[in-house]
Design a protein around this ligand. Sequence first.
Ligand SMILES: Cc1cc2nc3c(=O)[nH]c(=O)nc-3n(C[C@H](O)[C@H](O)[C@H](O)COP(=O)(O)O)c2cc1C
Length: 353
Amino acid sequence: MNACHPRHPPEGTPSVRVATPHARALRLSVAPMMDWTDSQCRVFHRLLAPDALLYTEMVHANAVIHGDRRRLLAMDPVEHPVALQLGGSEPALLAEAACIAAAHGFDEVNLNCGCPSDRVQAGRFGACLMREPALVAECVAAMRAALAADGHAVPVTVKCRLGVDDDSEYARFRAFVDAVAAAGATQVIVHARNAWLKGLSPKENREVPPLRYDWAYRLKQERADLTVLLNGGIADEATALAHLDHVDGVMLGRAAYHDPHLLHRLDCALSGRAPQPRGALLAALRPYVEAQLAAGVALKHIVRHVLGLFHGQPGGRQFRQVLSEGAHRPGADWALVERALQATEAAARSVPA
Ligand SMILES: Cc1cc2nc3c(=O)[nH]c(=O)nc-3n(C[C@H](O)[C@H](O)[C@H](O)COP(=O)(O)O)c2cc1C
């Protein structure tokens, strides 16, 4: 059987009125984050950052092939460019899943070689693949070949760490990257710290192993033709822009999620557009929210991604509080968002100048 034939046609998804980017910009991207970067989150991020590349949560290749694609591959047309991140380590399965992703309209297929969770290790994928460069290369080559055979010009990329456990040899990291690049990966996203496979939770594995941005810089210097995106601990505009002197792009995860206006300001800094106030950005989300409510989606599933919009601002706490308390109530609608905004503005007015 041709690995590329999806078993079901792509599902239609409702559209929203925000600008669709014309060019694929790699300078700024938002990291794949399980339970966070679902379609509703990505639509909000797209509105804030018209030029950023967005990533889905990781989906295992088996789930793409056998699971509920309508839910797992849900994507709104405004999200483009958007990459589907796959988990897995079986070349044939990944090839089939990659073709299904391409047929659903994803712009890139990314292979996760960075997740350290026990469950993922037990399945022999994620960060432990850093120790199996030949297998990862085989996976990349299988995905590339299947996509090409099916006529999809969709790039295959890899997101990795610097190494695992006590790996401390730059040459070993570069050899991993060289193997996946030789197999056809066009871009590597470097979460610039090791993954410690024993003794740390996934959360600790995003905080404890030290960051080494210099390895990603050096990789870009030595492999100029490879697109290198840097990820890990980037939390403000100035730092993000400074990294861009050394690598092709920056990927933000937690900072973009918790402080979405940072994502907006960074996108503006890179595009030359003027930043918009938070209230205006929120108002621009209204048509999407109302379309989703009309389609039966509960408000809580959308506004949970918006809670940080006033992060660090006077009234930011009130915004988060009104939304998180009210969004779970049956019938919650846009009026709640208006009330949250009013509470935020009232709190901000009461702050002494
Ligand atoms: C809640 C959460 C879920 C994550 N899920 C994934 C995932 O599915 N795939 C992946 O490659 N990385 C995942 N990550 C890691 C991020 O993509 C990113 O590499 C990491 O958070 C470091 O970037 P940051 O410091 O900008 O957050 C996750 C991170 C968080 C906080």
